[in-house]
Design a protein around this ligand. Structure first.
Ligand code: ADP
Ligand code: 5GP
Length: 187
């Protein structure tokens, strides 16, 4: 029977994981992308239902109480959560699923699924470069950037707790490494 797979990409905000994931989605269309729910405001260019389901705090809390999330967390002062139905159905039907989660979400998946959940942590070359990337992206206010940098420092302390570690120094080099890890997991 075709075994389902859970592949989690985890990285401090601004490291470049969305950039790497966009490439992965093109090269590996068999990977099914998990669209999380969030209460954070939509950024320019984001699409409801593709990047996230953008919902109000009250609706998110209602879904928590209805047990709709397999895991959820408060990250950078907003709620983020993964659909229980998506993951259950994906595993039943042997899907290869790709997730973008923070360290709390990655830890929850490891606790729930053990080796069926593989976590790839992406690290930036330095916190200074991380801040430069967050500022260059131009999507977040100063206070949001400072909160994300403070969180990055504690997230980076957990980088050795996962299955794979990739440094996003040069994006092409990092992508080549990430792609070969994904191919190893899918083999
Ligand atoms: P994340 O999804 O981890 O928050 P993004 O993919 O949005 O990060 O990347 C943050 C910013 O850094 C973007 O402007 C992106 O173009 C840039 N970036 C991504 N990877 C690199 C890299 N290896 N070197 C320099 N800039 C990068
Ligand atoms: P962003 O606001 O930059 O899109 O994402 C902020 C953080 O939330 C990132 O670290 C991302 O991995 C994380 N995240 C996105 N969706 C989920 C989710 O469903 N659960 C958890 N725990 N974290 C998530």
């Amino acid at each position: 029977m075709n075994q389902g797979r859970i592949i989690v990409i985890c990285a401090p905000s601004g490291t470049g994981k969305s950039t790497l994931i966009e490439r992965l989605k093109k090269d590996h269309p068999e990977l099914i992308w998990s669209v999380s729910c969030t209460t954070r405001p939509m950024r320019a260019g984001e699409v409801h239902g593709k990047d996230y389901f953008f919902i109000a705090k009250e609706e998110f809390e209602k879904q928590i109480s209805e047990n709709m999330f397999i895991e959820w967390a408060r990250v950078h002062s907003n709620y983020y959560g993964t659909s229980r139905q998506f993951i259950d159905e994906g595993l039943k039907t042997g899907k290869k699923m790709l997730f973008d989660l923070d360290v709390q979400g990655a830890d929850a998946i490891k606790n729930l699924y053990g080796e069926s959940g593989q976590v790839i942590f992406i690290e930036p070359p330095s916190v200074v470069e991380l801040e430069r990337r967050l500022r260059a992206r131009g999507t977040d206010k100063d206070e949001v950037i400072l909160e994300r940098i403070a969180n990055a420092k504690s997230e980076l302390l957990r980088k050795h707790h996962y299955n794979y570690l990739v440094m996003n120094d040069d994006v092409d080099r990092a992508y080549t490494q990430l792609k070969s890890i994904i191919e190893e997991i899918l083999r």
